[in-house]
Design a protein around this ligand. Structure first.
Ligand code: TMP
Length: 208
């Protein structure tokens, strides 16, 4: 028996956390055992690495160190939480996973997608979600929502400039084009209830 692994991805302010909770609740209501988790983080050790990654100045880590730290946090998360739950036949809903590393850590051009995936193979045996949702919002709206949430106090990576975040979103959209079965682009400008309904519709083949 193997469980189901779903990740939610997208830029800052697209409503991922809200939707991750709503999807987890909807699946639980159908009788599934669900773990709601997030990256970076999700286990005590990985949450320590999260704090290292997201606090302080942008220059604190170079891009290679940053990618290695994300891969290290993910290794802990996969080994201690995600893989054991999947082996028990349970569901994992993760607010971000490997596609965030592929997008955020590769836009500088220093690291290729192959580099990021090589780290993922070393750290987490290349574990991939069964389905990945990219929550897509017009740039202005996403920036307004992120600003309302963070009130000028964004984290080390969220605080990067709009060119960076635009390039990240372009990467996410590219993954949806390249892997349409796994990666689905979801219009996040709808009401939260409509977005949740769309996500559940896009899970119907996995719910069985
Ligand atoms: P959050 O704001 O969704 O909690 O995510 C934390 C930040 O970490 C966000 O700016 C995206 C970034 N991030 C990466 O750069 N690479 C990764 O692999 C992950 C999981 C997150």
């Amino acid at each position: 028996m193997t469980g189901r692994f779903i990740s939610l991805e997208g830029g800052e302010g697209t409503g991922k956390s809200t939707q991750a909770k709503a999807v987890a609740a909807a699946l639980e209501a159908k009788g599934h055992k669900v773990h709601l988790t997030r990256e970076p983080g999700g286990t005590p050790g990985a949450e320590v690495i999260r704090e290292l990654l997201l606090s302080g100045h942008d220059e604190k880590w170079n891009m290679r160190t940053e990618a290695l730290l994300f891969a290290a946090a993910r290794s802990e998360h996969c080994q201690s939480l995600i893989q054991p739950a999947l082996d028990r036949g349970e569901w994992i809903i993760s607010d971000r996973f490997i596609d965030s590393s592929r997008a955020y850590q590769s836009v500088s051009g220093l690291l290729s997608d192959e580099n990021i995936m090589a780290l993922h193979h070393v750290g987490s045996q290349g574990l991939m979600p069964h389905r990945t949702f990219i929550l897509d919002l017009p740039e202005e709206l996403a920036a307004r929502r992120a600003e309302a949430r963070d009130r000028g106090d964004s984290d080390r990576i969220g605080g990067r400039d709009s060119d960076y975040h635009r390039a990240v979103m372009a990467k996410f959209r590219q993954y949806a084009d390249e892997e349409p079965d796994r990666v689905r682009l979801i219009d996040a400008a709808q009401s939260p209830e409509d977005v949740t309904a769309n996500l559940m519709h896009n899970l119907s083949d996995l719910i069985g």
